[in-house]
Design a protein around this ligand. Structure first.
Ligand code: PLP
Length: 408
């Protein structure tokens, strides 16, 4: 018989979303006519912007012509898309990121996982807790950790707690880590990192020769103008950071699939006594294992930066952020302690009366027929918290809030 990758067996059974589905199914089978409102999974709900749809339709027609047909595109993405990203997301914000340093892909979930391909196994790794589970699980799957303990912490990984005591800030570690995952605006806590905090992180990374993997999937939701949208707004970051960006949340591309990863050409890693640039390794990795994002989808992503596209995306983002405001205002008025939901589409709620995250999940499901996400599913430090997402229709958000408020 074939030998399996036993690292997969270390993954904690009953992963978050399957367990949520199981409990919903059980509840629904006992209460078949209940109108459940799902504010759980972090998926967008509003339709694709018109500008993107029009661009994709035109691209399909083009592909149906002799002259316009295209086969394999560049593995790194089309030059026109990389250029428009560089100009709009970086140069215009004062970050010197060139088109060549942008690698277009079909998602940040895969990029933030695949990046481990080009990094050694000896690296000491730190993640925040709570955390986007992908960072942790991919380290487990690739044999970079030991077994998990009873609260789900893996041996060999270090956890930086984010909680109300530290204002959900990722404190600079005393220890030296080679690789640090940061996600701001944060999923699940909705917290943001100030410029000063990111300056401290870049300083730490430079002093310790560390690499920061910066996930900025939610940058479009930042309202506060003093908050950086990119790690590359920080001086010195070109020598110590990789950034992940996605069209999933700002432009509703979760089902369409387009994202990008930024690797500065100046970024170095070591191989014994030699230094190697990470850009070349990632370029090699993508050329070998990836055949690019479809032409049609890249044209759709390009339209995000058109005049109409920008207007439509702004509207989309403010729609969700108005939902976030409604959630925050209602729950706060009802006496809940609510974090986030100001510069991010997630409200992070302290469970009342020290209920556990899962007890609060069951309570909301049964008493309000509202589905959220238990904080403990994002890590041990998420215990006692609960995530509600702003990705839903206005009607559902308002109805969910009325039901929760009535419980108090
Ligand atoms: C949604 C999300 C992404 C985006 O993933 P895609 O694969 O691009 O859809 C990345 N990081 C975090 C933390 C997310 O919540």
């Amino acid at each position: 018989m074939v030998q399996v990758n036993t690292d997969y067996l270390k993954l904690k059974a009953g992963y978050l979303f399957p367990e949520i589905s199981r409990r919903i199914k059980e509840f629904s089978s006992k209460n078949p006519n209940t109108d459940l409102i799902r504010l759980g999974i972090g998926d967008v709900t509003e339709p694709l912007p018109l500008a993107c749809r029009e661009a994709m339709k035109a691209a399909i027609e083009e592909m149906g012509t002799e002259d316009g047909f295209r086969g394999y595109g560049p593995e790194q993405g089309y030059k026109w898309l990389r250029e428009i990203i560089s100009e709009n997301d970086y140069i215009s914000r004062g970050c010197e990121i060139s088109a060549e340093e942008i690698f277009v892909s079909d998602g940040s979930k895969c990029d933030s996982s695949n990046i481990l391909d080009i990094l050694g196994k000896e690296n000491k790794i730190a993640v925040t807790d709570p955390v986007y589970p992908v960072y942790v699980d991919t380290n487990v799957m690739t044999g970079r950790t030991g077994e998990a303990n009873s609260v789900g912490e893996y041996k060999g990984l270090s956890y930086i707690p984010l909680n109300s005591e530290n204002g959900f800030e990722a404190s600079i570690p005393k220890d030296k880590f080679d690789l640090i995952y940061l996600c701001f605006p944060n999923n699940p806590t909705g917290a943001v990192a100030t410029k000063e905090q990111l300056v401290s992180w870049v300083k730490y990374a430079k002093e310790n020769n560390s690499l920061i993997l910066f996930d900025a999937a939610y940058e479009a939701f930042i309202k506060d103008e003093s908050i950086p949208h990119s790690i590359f707004e920080i001086e010195g970051s070109r020598d110590c950071a990789i950034e992940f960006r996605s069209f999933s949340k700002n432009a509703g591309f979760t089902g369409t699939r387009c994202a990008f990863t930024v690797i500065p050409k100046s970024l170095k890693g070591k191989a014994g006594l030699e230094t190697v640039d990470l850009w070349s390794l990632w370029n090699r990795r993508q050329s070998t294992k990836f055949n690019g994002v479809s032409y049609v989808v890249q044209r759709g992503a390009e339209a995000v930066y058109s005049k109409e596209g920008k207007t439509q995306i702004k509207k989309l983002v403010s729609f969700y952020m108005d939902n976030a405001e409604i959630i925050k205002a209602n729950l706060t008025a009802a006496g809940f302690e609510v974090f986030g939901a100001i510069n991010a589409p997630y409200a992070w709620i302290k469970t009342p009366k020290n209920m556990s995250s899962w007890d609060f999940f069951d309570f909301l499901l049964e008493k309000a027929n509202v589905v959220g996400t238990p904080g403990s599913g994002f890590g041990a430090a998420g215990e006692g918290y609960f995530r509600l997402s702003a990705f839903n229709s206005r009607e559902n958000v308002e109805k969910a809030m009325q039901r929760i408020v009535k419980l108090k």
